[in-house]
Ligand binder design. Structure first.
Ligand code: ADP
Length: 256
């Protein structure tokens, strides 16, 4: 469903992504893990057609994201790290407005709005201005705008960042509900997110992939996800880090 090959992105002279290659089969949740600054958001922005790579290619559902960014955006629901919401609009107004922007026919809009209101549990604050909502409620509105056009693929950039524990459970439940029917890429630096949601894990560090595997494999090899993350993104303590670097060509191994 998603194929990424040799993606490289320079911001000026700075290489934010270096030769990133991976695939996500249809119906899978991929957890895209990495410390801050590893290149997760950059990858998400390329996948959603918001920025172009310096080199490499990416396709979503067979459509090239560089050649056909608008077509790709029709097939993708994107929840950016900070969702652009209009704080003075009511939730229902904002979502109607988004539905019009997305070209959803007028006859289908009430049905779609009803669907996202139910899926994302928006009913208790449906007519409230977005500006007065809690962070968790805003995140649910962001989620609703991402799925309004019923996309095949969801790209979620740190969807639980900054939420309290109850709100985190809420958003995870939402993601799980969608995982039955969608392909999902979820970026996070929270390891519990992997346990809660995903089996396929990619770890990025300093713009490179340092692991593309199953969560169970990482646990078997390193004892725990925490240890795997530590070793693969910081070089770890003692010999483990050395071995990890030796086994993974191209791993910088310097502190992030
Ligand atoms: P992550 O999402 O993993 O935290 P990002 O993809 O946001 O990482 O950033 C990767 C690296 O690229 C970071 O070092 C960041 O400072 C840098 N970067 C991101 N966006 C820009 C930009 N617009 N201009 C210059 N550098 C950027």
């Amino acid at each position: 469903m998603i194929e990424v090959s040799g993606l490289t992105k320079f911001y000026g002279d700075f290489p934010a992504l270096r030769d990133v290659t991976f695939t996500v089969p249809k119906g899978e949740i991929l957890a895209f893990l990495g410390p801050n600054g590893a290149g997760k958001s950059t990858t998400m922005k390329i996948l959603t057609g918001y920025i172009s790579p310096s080199a490499g290619s990416a396709t979503v559902a067979g459509t090239d994201v560089i050649e056909h960014p608008l077509e790709v955006r029709r097939r993708i629901g994107y929840l950016p790290e900070t969702t652009p919401l209009y704080y003075d609009m009511q939730v229902n107004e904002f979502l109607s407005f988004t539905a019009r922007l997305r070209g959803i026919p007028a006859s289908e809009r009430p049905g779609r709005l009803g669907w996202v209101a139910e899926m994302c549990h928006l009913d208790t604050f449906w007519k409230r201005p977005i500006g007065v909502l809690s962070r968790g409620q805003k995140q649910r509105v962001g989620f609703a705008q991402a799925i309004l056009h019923d996309p095949e693929v969801l790209i979620l950039d740190e969807p639980t960042a900054g939420l309290d524990p109850n709100q985190i459970l809420d958003v995870r439940a939402l993601i799980r509900r969608f995982s039955q029917v969608k392909t999902i890429v979820l970026s996070t630096h929270i390891l519990q997110e992997v346990d809660a949601l995903s089996d396929h894990v990619i770890i990025v560090n300093e713009g490179r992939i340092v692991a593309d595997t199953r969560a169970g494999e990482l646990r078997r090899e390193h004892g725990s996800l925490e240890q795997a993350f530590h070793v693969l993104t910081k070089g770890g303590a003692g010999g483990n880090g050395q071995r990890a670097r030796a086994a993974l060509p191209g791993t910088g191994g310097t502190d992030a």
